[in-house]
Design a binder for this molecule. Sequence first.
Ligand code: SF4
Length: 324
Amino acid sequence: MPGLLSNPRQRQFRKKLLAWYDSHARDLPWRANRDPYRVWLSEIMLQQTRVAAVIEHYHEFLRRFSTVEKLAAAREASVLAAWSGLGYYRRARMLHAAARVIVREHGGKFPDTMEGLQALPGIGRYTAAAIASIAFGEPVAVVDGNVERVLQRVGGERMVGEELWRAADHLLDAKRPGDFNQAMMELGAVVCTPRAPACLTCPVIELCATRGELAAITKPTPQKKREIHYALHLHGEKVFLAQRSRQASLMAGMWELPELAAVNDESKPLFTLRHSITVTDYTVRVWTAANPPGAAGKWIPASRLSRMALTGLARKILRKAALL
Ligand code: SF4
């Protein structure tokens, strides 16, 4: 690869990294087998969501939709309900659409190449390479934020775009591409972390050009702060919920509590909680009031809430109110 390590050092890098991965890899449920459906599901869930949160939802999703055929046959509302809590619902819609294409056009079998996978809805370059290498052993490298950081620090160079993909491809172990890709991501996630890389425990420290000197390579994005207000209206065993527009760019069609533009004298504070979405930390104040606002919505029996496609924040509020 242009400039990163000489060939003998690349071989050493692969050997040391894979030996470390073989003995230190976290025991994550999607690593138990290489079934492409499971690999695909975990990769989509892991985009923009923490491992711990994904583990919680992964088993439940598989319990509801154990095969790609079952996912393809499901109603969209059921898929969104199973996705509830993971956020970024476009991923769930694309997952559902891709399952239908796999069943309709490929007889329920996943395409077994990166190129074939990339033709499916919601599968970009990274995800296609991850599934192709992990499930089918195709020698293609992945680049995500973790891999990018490791490559930059090991090479001691700032690389961007295609340079990173080329660097990752050169370093890849072609005999164990799936394990190598996972090992690179694992190293970035647990050892070569953004702010405080644990260089002294790093398996490739002898081959690393920077050994922590580029620790500040990724500057954290400053979090914005915002306060928002929601109304929790109860009527017997029913809760008043509003449905987001089907055209909304985020969480289209999901159900949530009505947002309050302003709080008036009739509103009484119930509780406050914190919620973070990407770069914004929200202080969420929940109020109760006698009548629902003018917003369109419905009274939903509390017994139906767990089966509804709720936004993550609505789920959090309803849990805190002991309605879920
Ligand atoms: Fe990252 Fe330090 Fe390992 Fe280099 S030695 S790859 S900076 S953890």
